[in-house]
Design a binder for this molecule. Structure first.
Ligand code: 9D3
Length: 270
């Protein structure tokens, strides 16, 4: 896969793209990343890439001419290559979007910076707009690197084993179970006995349940879409019942306390 990246700050990409898996992916020939400095496509004496917004308000807006010139110079716009603008207004980047992008032969990523990009860039060259989450970055560069990273690891041959258990979003829509390696006891904390038992079926069941427990505790909304067996559902009902019992016990402890010791520990558990 070839990814063309359009940015005012190509220097930001050096580190992350030239280490570890992304470096290997490029050396293997599975991934080719081509950086384009938008400033190289300015035509005025001062190489101006941004300007103040029409209508007033603060901040600077990226001018349309250099971005459009850069994209038109590098990307054949009639070939169906996705031209993706990274922006806070884009659709949310998820593992599903990563898979969709990894299936393409070529991508173009445009990194905005400052307060935004002149709207005519969207009208003329952009086919898709992506945000990596609801927080404010200084520009699209880190977002582009996140996308490159998530897409690159899905390309054939980039990760060791093509059917490694991972590859899916979170092991079938759930969060992962806890992981352990040697030593068996570290600072008094033991590895759960079952993992040392060699009983494959029991280990699989323990891992599945810990996945369900973590998902229930941290990301319960994932349970609405994860594929679940009847056994999974029964285990979740047990977790829910335990939580309900815990809440009722805590509620009782609160009502048993007088206002004077309201901050105290309450009645000791019976
Ligand atoms: C106060 C209005 N701001 C929008 C939230 C303006 C603004 C701030 C920062 C516009 C652009 C940016 C730079 N951010 C990106 O270019 C960006 C981004 C992000 O900030 N969050 C998540 N994903 C992305 S992708 C590109």
């Amino acid at each position: 896969m070839r990814i063309d990246i359009f940015t005012l700050f190509p220097g930001m990409f050096g580190g992350p793209l030239n280490e570890s898996i992304l470096r290997r992916a490029q050396e293997m020939g599975a991934l080719s990343i081509v950086l384009h400095n938008i400033r190289d496509y300015t035509t005025d004496r001062h190489h101006t890439a941004d300007d103040t917004p029409y209508g007033g308000g603060g901040g600077m807006i990226l001018k349309p001419e250099p971005i459009v010139a850069a994209v038109e110079d590098v990307i054949p716009l009639d070939k169906g290559i996705p031209v993706i603008l990274l922006s806070p207004q884009g659709r949310l980047f998820t593992q599903t979007v990563a898979r969709e992008l990894a299936a393409r032969e070529r991508l173009a990523l445009i990194c905005g910076h400052y307060e935004g990009v002149d709207e005519r860039v969207r009208q003329l060259v952009v086919t898709d707009e992506i945000s990596i989450g609801d927080y404010v970055l200084t520009g699209g560069e880190l977002a582009a690197m996140v996308i490159v990273d998530a897409v690159a690891r899905l390309l054939p041959g980039v990760l060791g084993d093509p059917d490694a258990p991972d590859k899916d979003s979170h092991s079938g829509g759930l969060l992962e179970h806890p992981h352990y390696t040697r030593p068996p006891v570290f600072r008094g904390l033991a590895v759960p006995e079952v993992l040392l038992s060699g009983h494959e079926a029991r280990i699989a069941r323990w891992r599945r349940r810990e996945s369900l427990r973590r998902t229930w505790e941290r990301r319960p909304e994932l349970l609405l879409t994860a594929p679940l067996t009847e056994e999974d559902r029964a285990f979740l009902v047990k977790l829910a019942e335990e939580e309900l019992a815990r809440r009722m016990r805590d509620e009782e402890a609160v009502s048993d306390r007088g206002p004077r010791d309201a901050a105290g520990p309450g009645r000791p558990p019976t």
